[in-house]
Design a protein around this ligand. Structure first.
Ligand code: GDP
Length: 196
């Protein structure tokens, strides 16, 4: 359970606030309302480590949490929330892009997508910013409890096919915070990135 006992370390609002690299980082990203906060809380076994928002798009900071192994879980701001001013949206995107493109201590990206509408244009943009680094991306198709087995598996296959164009280092699984499905698979993948 590599995400257990995660401890909050620091929040930053601008690329210039990024702390000097101090341990391997695992970033979590996703459209606002994709279920990112719920997934982080489920993986961490913590009810409120990441703030589950009533208002989508509430997380506007990059939050760093220290894991037992010494690695960091990095919670990126949710993207794509329409009801914020264009300027604010561009600032968040800029923060995420800078972090994904330039952060040398970032070893892998966990990307949350709602299993009912995966691979939006913004999701592709995130993959496009990070995949060229050659470092791994693991997609969690969230809220999989909202789909029955057939459609869930069909979505899994479709998304696997869609990400193949970015390279073999992009992997995909189903995930539900509600049913706690996919927790061990996600832990195994990220533990592999960290050599644990
Ligand atoms: P974030 O904006 O990406 O951090 O998304 P949240 O974690 O705040 O979740 C957005 C909404 O989806 C909330 O109403 C959650 O209760 C709901 N949600 C999150 N995960 C699941 C899940 O696994 N199953 C179901 N049915 N709902 C979920």
């Amino acid at each position: 359970p590599i995400f257990r006992n995660a401890q909050f370390e620091i929040s930053i609002a601008k690329p210039s606030g990024l702390p000097p690299p101090n341990g391997p980082e695992i970033a979590f990203a996703g459209r606002s309302n994709a279920g990112k906060s719920s997934a982080i809380n489920t993986l961490a076994g913590h009810v409120r480590l990441a703030y589950v928002s009533k208002t989508p798009g509430r997380t506007q900071l990059i939050n760093f949490f220290r894991l037992n192994s010494g690695a960091l879980l990095v919670d990126l701001p949710g993207y794509g929330y329409a009801a914020v001013p264009e300027k604010v949206r561009r600032d968040w995107q800029g923060l995420i892009e800078t972090y994904l493109r330039e952060r040398e201590s970032l070893v892998g990206l966990v990307l949350m997508m709602d299993s009912r509408h995966p691979m939006t244009a913004l999701d592709r943009q995130m993959i496009g910013w990070f995949a060229p680094s050659g470092r791994p991306i693991h997609v969690l198709l969230t809220k999989s409890d909202k789909l029955s087995r057939g459609p869930a598996n069909a979505t899994l296959l479709e998304v696997r096919k869609a990400v193949a164009e970015f390279g073999p280092h992009v992997t995909v699984q189903l995930f539900s915070s509600l049913k706690k499905t996919g927790v061990e698979e996600c832990e195994r993948v990220v533990a592999g990135w960290l050599g644990l």
